[in-house]
Design a protein around this ligand. Structure first.
Ligand code: LRH
Ligand code: MN
Length: 425
């Protein structure tokens, strides 16, 4: 079997990697079992990549295409396949309909298999008017005052589920831009009631083994109120639909200084944490690289997930991990690999927390000791553990260096052109 370029380069760098790994194992005083268990857990953490984040995003002020962007679903699957090949951390792709309608589901299934991928969730879109659409969503969709508009939006969600069924997906993600820009524009209670009624109709139309994820957002594109602004509203809508409806936490969908890790702990306690849209933000829904701005917060979120997973009292279904980012300046593929690295870093550090000492310190209200125990884990250098996890899964020791050294973007530009544009945000 011909040795791949990836294996040759890994072979060149493996000695230095082994050295760093031994050093970290000693520093962390990890016995063999603990070490092996952490490596296996890191290998198992898979985060879906969104089909709408493989091109260059933009803002209303401008967009600066990277070149070589995928201009159809097949090329998007190829790019996620490459990211998974190098990182071994993203074995699924989330689709946004109608941005990525699969024209030939059987062919797409084959292409997914070839790239070691599956379809994670399918996302509906009632925040844009499609050219052949009968009714506009200007004043909302599932909350609209007009039955006909609500029915159109409900039918769209059911159509999205049908696309998903053809691709073996089992998750529908609903995010609504529904809201108001001015006081008095919305009757808040009736808008909620209409939205609940619409979601219940969609929920009933889903196959019995499907899950609905309800995403909340405090503002944008409406700037006075959103019908689903916070986790409490999403939780109540989930309760109103049924036990296969859960809350989706997009990290960028929180007002400044919100304690997101406590929201995660609450949703775990209620058993209704459905999933995440990971991204980084300084102010609003900035959709930047995950963990780039607030790595400690991301660590604290994974600390809640790990303690929840180790607590028999927590009865929460499997949590869906997805990235939801937009790349205005970075190369989209590099940015996604960056996010995957930062997500696994936060998880690996959370696995290093000395839980029994923390529980004792919390019981004793030894505040300083509690913080020290978390900081000890957070300040650990887990990069060699992540590299070892990739190496064992057949990935690259250093995906971004490999991507650059092999001039993959240049190759994509040659094949797809400098001006190819990917559908999405
Ligand atoms: C809304 C959102 C939602 C998607 C969209 C692409 O801000 O986070 O998850 O549908 O971005
Ligand atoms: Mn999102």
């Amino acid at each position: 079997m011909k040795t791949s370029v990836l294996e040759v380069i890994n072979e060149r760098d493996v000695a230095r990697h082994q050295q760093q790994l031994e050093h970290v194992k000693n520093l962390l005083e990890l016995n063999e079992n603990a070490f092996e268990s952490i490596i296996r857990k890191i290998q198992a953490l898979q985060v879906a990549v969104p089909s709408w984040a493989l091109g260059t995003g933009g803002t209303r002020f401008g967009r600066f295409p990277a070149g070589g962007e995928p201009s159809n679903l097949e090329e998007k699957i190829e790019d996620v396949g490459l990211i998974h090949h190098l990182t071994q951390a993203t074995n699924s792709i989330s689709l946004h309909i109608p941005w990525d309608i699969p024209k030939d589901a059987v062919a797409i299934q084959q292409l997914l298999r070839t790239n070691g991928l599956t379809i994670d969730s399918v996302n509906s879109n009632t925040f844009q008017d499609q050219k052949d659409q009968k009714y506009s969503y200007k004043f909302g969709s599932l909350c609209h005052t007009d039955d006909a508009v609500r029915k159109q939006a409900i039918d769209h969600n059911i159509e999205v589920v049908q696309h998903g069924v053809k691709l073996n997906s089992k998750v529908l993600t609903v995010w609504l831009s529904d809201g108001s820009n001015f006081p008095g524009q919305h009757h808040f209670r009736r808008a909620f009631a209409r939205t609940l009624d619409s979601l219940q109709k969609i929920y009933k139309a889903m196959p019995s083994d499907w899950t609905m994820l309800i995403e909340y957002k405090p503002y944008e594109p409406n700037f006075y109120s959103m019908v689903i602004p916070d986790w409490g509203t999403s939780l109540q809508l989930s309760n109103g639909c049924g036990d296969r409806a859960h809350v989706l936490v997009d990290l960028g969908h929180h007002l400044p200084n919100t304690n997101i890790e406590q929201i995660v702990a609450r949703l775990l306690h209620f058993g209704r944490l459905g999933g995440f849209h990971f991204n980084g933000s300084q102010y609003g829904d900035d959709d930047l690289t995950t963990g780039a701005i607030k790595p400690y917060q991301l660590f604290l979120i994974f600390h809640e997930l790990v303690t929840g997973a180790n607590d028999a009292a927590v009865k929460n279904p499997g949590v869906a991990y997805m990235i939801d980012a937009s790349h205005n300046l970075k190369d989209p593929i590099e940015d996604l690999m960056n996010s995957l690295e930062n997500i696994r870093t936060a998880y690996a550090k959370a696995l290093l927390v000395d839980f029994s000492s923390l529980e004792k310190a919390q019981q004793d209200n030894d505040v300083t000791r509690c913080e020290q125990i978390l900081q000890n884990a957070f300040l650990a250098d887990v990069r060699p553990l992540l590299a070892e996890s990739r190496l064992r899964s057949g990935g690259s020791l250093d995906p971004i260096s490999f991507f650059r050294s092999q001039q993959i973007r240049e190759g994509l530009i040659k094949r797809r052109g400098k001006t190819s544009i990917a559908t999405g945000l």
